[in-house]
Design a protein around this ligand. Structure first.
Ligand SMILES: Cc1cc2nc3c(=O)[nH]c(=O)nc-3n(C[C@H](O)[C@H](O)[C@H](O)COP(=O)(O)OP(=O)(O)OC[C@H]3O[C@@H](n4cnc5c(N)ncnc54)[C@H](O)[C@@H]3O)c2cc1C
Ligand code: SF4
Ligand code: SF4
Length: 608
């Protein structure tokens, strides 16, 4: 099929692109403002393919300054979008270790002791220090607390009501079509195949969609973005080695909650110092809350779900959560390389927008507004080129899109943020100081640190627990957990002093129950496995098997031969296994032993 523009993924970046574009493709009298090259006499044919089963199922994001969103919708009526409210009170909290099991550096232990000693004079309550001052770059004052899923559903309806663009959810793009270094469109995923992708009953090969412009907006771990990175390489000095897995609960707060809609809490320090948390309050006693487990967390205990439970149980947070109930649950990767993860933004026939294009601001932890802004910049550029009847060549896209982006606030702020998180590579305290330095000096100063992929820096379980749990005990627990098919990391955490989770059937649930009650994961039949273990022999020899413990959906389990099994019906497409895998492929230290391909299904919730 031939169209004018094809988009991969419907996240905030494409939403910004299509909203801006769709408004300007036809004149007020219904005639085309610009003419399609493939369907003469008609406006350009614009299609968007989204992997997730419905609009708003594949996204995340909650609190945003909403500068770009408001620029697109100056009369935005928040009442039209469920779960939306202006940002109210904002707090940054340092959570003290209320259990005594957290791995803290000597500096942090000394800080904790000092805070506890002087708590009578400090804003400390329920084992948390409310930072009396937070730098302005962290504030989201004037912004919105929203549910990205709900917002995307609203935007999707707006965009489609223009009649000028079509969005197709449940339709993953399997690859970009590249001819002589020019992207000429995309191929959709084959249907009616077995787990390995071999034709089976009802085989329908993925359709080829040819387009003059392919907009790649498939997010931080998108397979099409990574295909282009592999094909075209990254600009000199750029890399995508910094990630975090964000895991989130959407919760009904207790009826008597004192928290007001719009409340924004950010935390650090617990359950491990490296784990950042967020707690945002929507209208009607609903809250979105969760944690980020970063790639620079030097621990093999990467079971985000278990860490999230301990975080919720921190006394400062639990007093708000006790009596609450899980509504929905989700997990997604956040690309934390920022501007240094920026790929070639354009080439002949294609342009990159959103988080996969390095737009996320790693200093302010803000991705939605930036992704949206890059989408609108590309839309303006595309309209300019369409009107001038200029082809979508690298040079023209450079002039029209990249120039706009470089001149915008997205770029200016990304430059300030570029090195702000480097300090975390050498420790949390150094990381926090580096962030503050970069933020307060507009990026002129920061603390250094070389980003290292997780497989290089995560110690073995035996090393990590040296002095706490003996190798013999670890081996015994390993056997017991294998026999019970339960989490080794959970068992080890308990051995190392973390209490068992007191399940309450409402909010404190086993991982499996959370998947059933809050995950609502589905996967249609007839598609290939999208997680593939590239070199089974590497898995056989891999002692760490971090992919299993890091899997957000319990979709990866131990196979009989040492090669993990993958259950497509449980996968939430978070991408954590891809970058947490403990082994690089031979000859490529930036590529792990997992292939994360385009796939169907995943979470069925538009609240995340
Ligand atoms: C837990 C969490 C909390 C966050 N909180 C905030 C916050 O409070 N504020 C903020 O500003 N930012 C936040 N972010 C970051 C924000 O969500 C991202 O920066 C933003 O969503 C990026 O938008 P995007 O359009 O570039 O990509 P995405 O939102 O990732 O969208 C990409 C889309 O492409 C689809 N896709 C992927 N592969 C394919 C394929 N092969 N074919 C078709 N479609 C495909 C995906 O399903 C998805 O819908 C958070 C991120 C996480 C993980
Ligand atoms: S996928 Fe990676 S982490 Fe998992 S067993 Fe194989 S090599 Fe180890
Ligand atoms: S298998 Fe799926 S759910 Fe598990 S870590 Fe990988 S992408 Fe996430």
């Amino acid at each position: 099929m031939d169209v004018d523009i094809v988009c991969v993924g419907f996240g905030p970046a494409t939403a910004g692109f299509l909203t801006t574009l769709s408004k300007q493709l036809v004149n007020a009298d219904g005639t085309p403002a610009v003419e399609s090259a493939t369907t003469p006499g008609m406006p350009p044919q614009v299609l968007c393919y989204e992997r997730a089963d419905d609009i708003g199922f594949g996204v995340s994001g909650v609190v945003t300054k909403a500068r770009a969103l408001r620029a697109t919708f100056p009369d935005l009526d928040q009442a039209q979008i469920p779960m939306t409210v202006p940002v109210g009170e904002e707090k940054v909290l340092y959570l003290l270790d209320s259990i005594g099991a957290s791995r803290r550096s000597v500096t942090l232990r000394a800080a904790d002791a000092m805070i506890r000693t002087f708590k009578w004079a400090l804003p400390v309550e329920h084992d948390a220090l409310n930072l009396p001052w937070t730098p302005s770059f962290l504030h989201k004052h004037g912004g919105l607390v929203l549910s990205m899923g709900q917002f995307m559903q609203w935007v999707g309806a707006q965009v489609q009501s223009t009649g000028t663009v079509q969005i197709w959810p449940g339709t993953p793009v399997s690859q970009a079509l590249i001819e002589q270094n020019k992207v000429v469109g995309v191929r959709l995923l084959d249907q009616g195949v077995d787990k390995k992708g071999q034709p089976a009953d009802g085989f329908t090969p993925g359709m080829d969609i040819h387009a003059a412009l392919t907009v790649v907006a498939d997010g931080p771990v998108g397979p099409i973005g990574r295909q282009l990175d592999a094909h075209f390489g990254l600009p000199e000095g750029h890399h995508t080695r910094d990630w975090a897995v964000g895991m989130k609960f959407v919760v009904d707060l207790p009826e008597d909650t004192p928290l007001k809609p719009g409340t924004v809490l950010h935390t650090f320090g617990f359950p491990e110092p490296e784990i950042f948390g967020f707690f945002y309050v929507h209208p009607d006693r609903v809250a979105s809350l969760g944690i980020f487990v970063p790639s620079w967390f030097d621990s093999p205990m990467r079971t985000a779900y278990r860490q999230l439970q301990h975080w919720m149980l921190h006394p400062y947070l639990w007093r708000y959560l006790k009596g609450g109930k899980l509504r929905s649950w989700g997990a997604k990767t956040l690309g934390e390389s920022g501007r240094r993860g920026e790929p070639h933004l354009v080439g002949d026939g294609y342009a990159r927008v959103g988080e996969g294009s390095g737009s996320t601001n790693v200093l302010t932890g803000s991705g939605v507004d930036e992704a949206w802004a890059t989408g609108t910049q590309l839309a303006e550029a595309a309209l300019e080129l369409l009107k001038a009847k200029k082809p979508f060549t690298k040079q023209n896209l450079d002039e029209a899109y990249v120039k706009r982006r470089r001149a915008s606030w997205v770029e200016k702020e990304a430059v300030v943020a570029e090195k702000s998180r480097d300090g975390f590579q050498k420790g949390v305290v150094r990381g926090m100081v580096g962030m503050a330095l970069a933020g307060l000096t507009n990026g002129r100063f920061s603390l250094s640190g070389d980003p290292v992929p997780p497989w290089k820096r995560i110690p073995s379980i035996e090393e990590y627990y040296r002095g706490h749990v003996s190798p013999e005990e670890i081996a015994k627990l390993h056997e017991e957990c294998q026999a019970r098919n339960s989490s080794l990391h959970g068992a080890l955490m308990e051995k190392a002093g973390w209490p068992a989770i007191p399940y309450d059937g409402r909010l404190l649930l086993s991982h499996q129950d959370a998947l059933l009650m809050g995950g609502k994961v589905q996967a249609p039949a007839g598609y290939a496995d999208h997680i593939v273990f590239l070199n089974p022999e590497l898995c056989e020899k891999c002692g760490a098997k971090i992919c299993i413990e890091a899997c957000s959906g319990q979709a990866i389990t131990l196979g009989n031969d040492g090669v993990p099994n993958f259950d497509r019906e449980k996968c939430v497409h978070c991408g954590a296994c891809l970058w947490n895998c403990a082994q690089p492929v031979p000859g490529n230290p930036d590529k792990t032993n997992i292939a994360f391909r385009a796939g169907t299904g995943g979470l069925h919730s538009a609240e995340n």
